[in-house]
Design a protein around this ligand. Structure first.
Ligand code: ASP
Length: 449
């Protein structure tokens, strides 16, 4: 049995839904279909989820939301019209949307969760209706009925382990299951969403629950690219990568597949296949536990901006018991989570996402570190980009770091910091944000061209 997930762009129009039906019909093992809400039809279009958020916010502020409601309903109605579906489905969707929007607003986060989730929920109903109308027996299943129970953490739900055993029962259905992505229910019975783009997570949880042989994730690109295609044009696609490689790449900006969605698939050892709805015969990218190293040391290069570093030095730091712990506990007091901490004998650098400092008094943090640890030097640097050079092959190859450093030097990029994870699956370079693009291009040229 295979679990297949379709992203928002694969479900944005009736024409796209025809492709989805073809794909599902083409392989009898595709028994569980997880759907996103209708996504963008063109570059500056709006995703239904974003429309729903805007609409919910208007309702809470007691503003007129009629126009937005109509735009949302029109998105579904246009799809239904294109596919010649009966009116009944649009009546169902309208009734549900209005009910959710006019529900009790006293608990704002909870209200917004239900509003956000109804994009996928109604889309699942529409897709099931469409399949049936085309003679393919399908059934919409609600996450609550299936037992997908999650933590009560709005916008950041985590699946509760007991869900998996319950979801196993989904194997028993003789019709195709159409399951809304992006949300589950708390133990109290409230809708709680995963983080944004979280339908990938739902797909992975179901794949784990039913012990699928494969989790297929259909999107709108032929493969996971080896580098950001807005920086390098026509980059190579990746045929196969390991869960660990994917994790490292998505950490620093690869967004084709949600980083959190790897965990349930990885735990059950289920391979993930990222494929293109618009080009389904292309094999796509497989994410697996182990792979043969056929492509040299590096599989991909990721980059992300918005980091800053705190450099701290103190003579004989290495001899001072508890030094690192005390710094980290100061950060903890400010509720700041850090990303990396490369260190030397007498110095260390703490790298964090700049967003962690938002709304906090940076001077106060620095002052506390200075006073409580009696440090000699402390320097904060803003606007750093991190570049991750990722590949399992690095472990067995000599000189990958040297090649990367040389490529950067030849392009005139100053490396602010370098960190090689102990896993040897990745190498991280910190550079000033304006240098990031040149750095990525130089590294791509070195390892891929
Ligand atoms: N529709 C949700 C979002 O836009 C979830 C998803 O598409 O996976 O974040």
């Amino acid at each position: 049995m295979k679990v297949v997930k379709f992203g928002g762009s694969s479900l944005a129009t009736g024409k796209q839904l025809e492709k989805v039906l073809d794909i599902v019909q083409n392989d009898k093992k595709r028994r569980i279909v997880v759907v996103s809400a209708p996504g963008k039809r063109y570059d500056d279009d709006m995703k239904v989820t974003d429309l729903l958020i805007a609409c919910g916010e208007k309702m809470i502020a007691d503003e007129d939301a009629v126009e937005t409601i109509n735009i949302i309903l029109e998105r579904y109605a246009n799809i239904a019209k294109e596919l010649d579906l009966s009116n009944e489905i649009i009546t169902t969707i309208k009734k549900d949307l209005l009910e959710v929007l006019h529900a009790d607003k006293s608990d704002v986060p909870s209200y917004m969760e239900a509003v956000k989730a109804c994009g996928e929920d109604n889309n699942a109903k529409l897709v099931a209706h469409f399949f049936n109308q085309r003679g393919v027996k399908a059934q919409y299943i609600n996450p609550k009925d299936a037992g997908l129970i999650v933590s009560d953490d709005p916008g950041n739900a985590q699946v509760l382990p007991e869900s998996y055993d319950r979801l196993y029962a989904l194997r028993e259905y003789d019709s195709i299951i159409v399951f809304p992505g992006f949300f589950g229910y708390s133990e109290k019975g409230n809708v709680v969403t995963f983080s944004r783009s979280g339908s990938d997570i739902t797909g992975a949880i179901l794949a784990n629950g039913v012990k699928a042989e494969l989790y297929e994730n259909f999107t709108d690109v032929d493969a996971v690219f080896s580098v950001n295609p807005t920086i390098v044009s026509n980059p190579k696609g990746i045929k196969e990568l390991t869960y660990r490689e994917m994790r490292e790449l998505s950490y620093a900006g690869f967004s084709v597949f949600h980083a959190e969605a790897l965990i349930p698939a990885y735990r059950a050892g289920i391979p993930v296949n990222v494929k293109n709805t618009n080009n389904p015969t292309v094999p796509g990218t497989r994410i697996v536990a182990t792979r043969n190293n056929t492509n040299g040391p590096v599989v991909g290069i990721a980059n992300d901006k918005g980091f800053c570093s705190i450099y701290i030095s103190k003579y004989l730091m290495n001899r001072e018991v508890g030094f690192g712990r005390r710094i980290l506990s100061i950060l903890e007091d400010f509720h700041i989570s850090y990303e990396h901490m490369p260190s030397g004998i007498d110095d260390l650098t703490i790298i964090l996402r700049q967003s962690q400092l938002a709304g906090k008094n940076e001077d106060e943090i620095i002052q506390r570190i200075k006073e409580e640890l009696q440090v000699e030097q402390i320097v904060v640097e803003h606007n750093l980009a991190l570049i991750m050079v990722v590949g399992e092959g690095m472990r067995h190859n000599v000189g990958t770091t040297a090649r990367a450093a040389k490529a950067l030097a030849e392009t005139g990029v100053n490396i602010e910091m370098i960190n090689q994870g102990s896993s040897e699956v990745s190498m991280m370079f910190g550079v000033k944000e304006p240098m990031a693009k040149s750095a990525v291009k130089a590294l791509y040229k070195e390892f891929f061209e």
